[in-house]
Design a protein around this ligand. Structure first.
Ligand code: G1P
Length: 287
């Protein structure tokens, strides 16, 4: 079945980026000149997904505004003859159809996804987490859609991480069954390195069947009171096969200050206008 919908959770408080995120949603913090969430939307659009379900919370209205038309701004740019900028601004609002659902309480990633149940209905759907910025020739979710064509069940993006970092991720135990594809046998959310079943980490791209919703409704909250998606996935594996796909591309944790700076440098160095100047600046910097 074709994947036509994507769920993007964006309800978090962005506490790791305070005070920047006191009024600006973390999803709108820019990597060079584009909000992080726009990179995610571009990835979605490139994969032919038609509808995005944004899970939002309080003070997140400006994310929707960013993807809406802005008549005043467009008129202003037209009057000034800035057709280059006008084109950029118009393309953003034409990218995807956006529907938003409020997550009324911050009860975890599993709960955020559950908020999309009614809108997704009975079809497989993609999930993209905004903190995971993936720079790839073929956008990660598009790579996954190609792999998913030949399978049923769930598909998770995975990447090898250094062992000390396993407490930051969901970690899988898997058996290699194809080129970059693993059959998932076990999943543990944020294990200590000594307890991690491997160093294959789940990265924030998923293709999931609709059965996950009924499962998430019954998942017990963890000790922090949050409903974890990984716990739901473990239950889902009893019903359908789950695969991990080691995607091609570089991933940045844009939800972490260092990862955010690294992403800015990396995208900045490849920016047609800024790249050469930034390179020159970095070469001359004395550390
Ligand atoms: C979430 C998931 C985790 C996954 C990670 C990827 O954790 O719960 O399994 O490895 O995203 O970024 P979070 O980073 O939201 O705590």
């Amino acid at each position: 079945m074709k994947v036509k919908k994507a769920v993007i959770p964006a309800a978090g408080f962005g506490t790791r980026f305070l005070p920047a995120t006191k009024v600006v949603p973390k999803e709108l913090l820019p990597i060079v000149d584009k909000p992080t969430i726009q990179y995610i939307m571009e990835e979605v659009a490139s994969a032919g997904i038609e509808e995005v379900i944004l899970i939002t919370g309080r003070e997140k209205g400006s994310i929707e505004d960013h993807f809406d038309t802005s008549t005043e701004l467009e008129n202003h740019l037209r009057k000034k003859g800035r057709n280059d900028l006008l084109k950029i601004v118009q393309e953003i609002s034409e990218m995807v159809t956006l529907v938003s659902v409020r997550q009324k309480e911050p009860l975890g990633l599993g709960h955020a996804i559950l908020c999309a149940k009614k809108i997704v209905g009975q079809e497989p759907f993609a999930v993209l987490l905004g903190d995971d910025l993936i720079d790839a020739k073929v956008p990660c979710i598009r790579q996954m859609m190609e792999v998913y064509q030949e399978m049923e069940g769930g598909l998770l993006a995975i990447q090898k991480v250094p062992k000390p970092e396993t407490p930051l991720y969901g970690i899988i135990k898997g058996k290699k069954v194809g080129d970059r594809v693993y059959s998932v046998e076990e999943m543990v959310e944020k294990p200590e390195p000594g307890k991690a079943p491997s160093n294959l980490a789940i990265i924030g791209r998923y293709i999931l069947p609709p059965q996950i919703f009924d499962i998430l409704e019954n998942v017990q909250p963890d000790r922090r009171g949050e409903i974890q998606l990984t716990d739901g996935l473990r239950e889902l594996r009893r019903e359908v096969p789950i695969y991990g796909y080691e995607f091609l591309g570089d991933r940045y944790d844009a939800g972490d200050k260092l990862g955010y700076l690294q992403a800015n440098l990396s995208f900045g160095l490849r920016h047609p206008e800024l790249g050469p100047k930034l390179k020159k600046y970095l070469k001359n910097i004395t550390l």
